[in-house]
Write a protein that binds this ligand. Structure first.
Ligand code: HEC
Length: 125
């Protein structure tokens, strides 16, 4: 009987601690959500390399870099994408050396990835 009492008391204490922590948890979650919502992207989210600031400056006018970072395209595919973005989404067409710089950067740093034998981690792609 004594043991049962002790267990009951322990459970009650546990519940009391959980209740006491709830507002704190809710506050912390709200803070974390707010931090995520107004987090501004910095150029450094993109891989360092020649052309990074051009890409960051030009490509984040309409969307953030997540679309770029999750992509792994060949140079041809990136090149086509530049036309697609201009034709379908109203991006100012990219031409000449500036286009070269941007496509070179994208192909070099966001090209097709070699798959690891175990398939890689989908959350890191
Ligand atoms: C004028 C606006 C605009 C600009 C500037 C722009 N994009 Fe986009 N981009 C879009 C829109 C709109 C989409 C479609 C978004 C969607 O599907 O939700 C898109 C989609 C994408 C995608 C996803 C394509 C896919 O099929 O998965 C990539 C990658 C991308 N953009 C890269 C770039 C790069 C690199 C640049 C800079 C050279 C750039 N974007 C500049 C408007 C733009």
């Amino acid at each position: 009987m004594r043991v049962l009492h002790l267990i009951a008391i322990a459970l009650l204490l546990g519940a009391a601690v959980a209740v006491a922590q709830t507002p704190d948890l809710a506050r912390r979650q709200a803070e974390a959500a707010a931090a995520l919502a107004d987090r501004q992207e910095e150029e450094t989210v993109l891989t360092e390399g020649e052309g990074r600031s051009e890409v960051f400056g030009y490509c984040t006018a309409c969307h953030n870099t997540a679309l770029i970072r999750r992509s792994a395209f060949t140079r041809d595919r990136w090149d086509e994408l530049m036309d697609w973005m201009a034709e379908k989404h109203g991006m100012n067409p990219l031409e000449g050396e500036f286009r070269q710089t941007i496509v070179d950067y994208l192909a070099k740093h966001y090209g097709p990835r070699a798959r690891s034998p175990r398939g890689g981690n989908p959350f890191l792609n």
